[in-house]
Design a binder for this molecule. Structure first.
Ligand SMILES: NC(=O)c1ccc[n+]([C@@H]2O[C@H](COP(=O)([O-])OP(=O)(O)OC[C@H]3O[C@@H](n4cnc5c(N)ncnc54)[C@H](O)[C@@H]3O)[C@@H](O)[C@H]2O)c1
Length: 371
């Protein structure tokens, strides 16, 4: 394929995607549209989902939560109902996203409970990481005892939650969002599907093979769904956060990142709120990383300035980045630029062995056991 053909096919792909223009994350956005929206969040009892719920309920949204953690889910609903100015129309239901019937029931409950009779937005947030402390004690790239008689297959429980569960959520979301139009179906209401990938959806994450595979798959899901969902009036967006201190990550992992390059929960909430509130944004991806202090350079490049972490001096601070994911070339540009920043930060801060630390976060390798 010559260069002109490649350029032509790239253009037709962009047209097929029908995405909105790039998001300028330095501009303010209006949260007014959040009032009265019914938003269903899976994995909403903790971490990102809980933070989204608090923020959006505070702006008048009605929150429908599904999670396996019933206690945290019920407590959060009580908290949301007590918020000043809250709609009080917040509900929790037990839902294991890997169980299709649980998700069917969650969406039906959401529609029944919604003051408008429909669901305006869905966040596919439930997710887990590979853990040595899991029931099986196994991680994907350290197989054990496979020379035994009839060894079991790998559990693949991370894929079950992070991919199968997300696909169940998307399947139901498309059905119910397409029917969102007020009680008489005549009202023009938002239809938004927000996917939660990770920085591990665009770069490798050594030691978390299954997790990285699942999050790459979510980016693939996003890139593909946004090519069709606009025809049903559904906006599809994705967030790809860097490491954030939530119960997902082991405390030992966060300790390793202390004082260095972790992202902040408030920046993830800010990125998701922009996508949720600005109904003109469709087919876009936002990455959320450490808050870098940067200046613009030539040819669209950026560079870190002194005081990278404390934000002193000239330049601006930025934590949320658009991912131009309409083709792999541009994803690579994003990855290259982002990694350049991380490497520079490492040099500036004396940050020892980024990847070594990342591996340690999830996976302190032990000597493989025999037979
Ligand atoms: N924390 C990070 O650094 C980070 C970075 C990038 C992406 N993410 C992604 O963000 C999402 C939320 O993670 P978090 O950091 O808020 O973690 P978290 O552990 O605080 O929240 C995840 C929630 O999912 C729920 N959950 C787990 N398995 C479930 C299942 N089978 N069915 C229903 N609910 C289930 C948990 O009970 C929990 O409430 C995940 O998809 C995660 O992969 C997290």
């Amino acid at each position: 394929m010559d260069a002109s053909t490649a350029a032509d096919s790239s253009w037709s792909l962009v047209e097929t995607i029908n995405q909105s223009p790039p998001v300028d994350t330095s501009l303010p956005y209006d949260t007014a549209s959040l009032a009265g929206k019914t938003i269903l969040i899976t994995g909403g009892a903790s971490g990102f989902g809980a933070a989204f719920a608090r923020k959006w309920a505070g702006h008048g949204s009605n929150i429908i939560l599904g999670d396996i953690n019933d206690k945290a889910g019920e407590e959060l609903i009580a908290e949301l109902r007590a918020l000043p100015g809250s709609s009080k129309q917040h509900f929790f239901q037990h839902c294991d996203v890997t169980v299709w019937e649980d998700q069917v029931a969650l969406f039906k409950m959401g529609v029944r409970a919604s003051p408008t009779g429909g669901i305006d937005a869905v966040v596919a947030g439930a997710g887990i990481v590979e853990s040595r402390n899991s029931e099986s004690g196994k991680v994907f790239d350290h197989p054990r005892n496979l020379d035994a008689e009839n060894p079991p297959p790998p559990p693949l429980n991370v894929l079950a939650v992070n991919l199968t569960g997300v696909m169940f959520t998307c399947h139901l979301a498309i059905f119910w969002l397409e029917r969102n139009g007020g009680k008489d179906q005549q009202e023009k209401r938002d239809r938004h599907l927000l996917l939660v990938s990770s920085i591990a959806g665009v770069i490798p994450l050594p030691g978390q093979t299954e997790y990285a595979a699942s999050k790459h798959a979510v980016v693939g899901l996003f890139r593909t769904l946004r090519g069709t969902l606009w025809q049903q009036g559904i906006r599809c967006n994705v967030i790809c956060p860097y490491f954030v201190d939530t119960p997902l990550l082991p405390p030992s992992g966060m300790a390793l990142l202390a004082g260095s390059g972790k992202a902040e929960l408030e920046d993830v909430v800010d990125a998701a709120t922009r996508l949720m509130a600005d109904e003109a944004i469709a087919g876009r991806g936002l990455a959320i990383g450490p808050k870098f202090h940067i200046v613009d350079g030539e040819n669209g490049q950026v560079r870190l300035v002194d005081g990278a972490k404390d934000g002193k001096g000239a330049g601006r601070k930025q934590a949320v980045w658009e991912i131009y994911a309409h083709d792999y070339d541009q994803v690579e540009v994003f990855v290259w630029r982002f990694m350049q920043l991380l490497n520079t930060l490492k040099a500036v801060m004396g940050w020892v062995g980024l990847f070594k630390d990342l591996i340690k976060i999830f996976f302190v390798r032990k000597t493989p056991q025999r037979g």
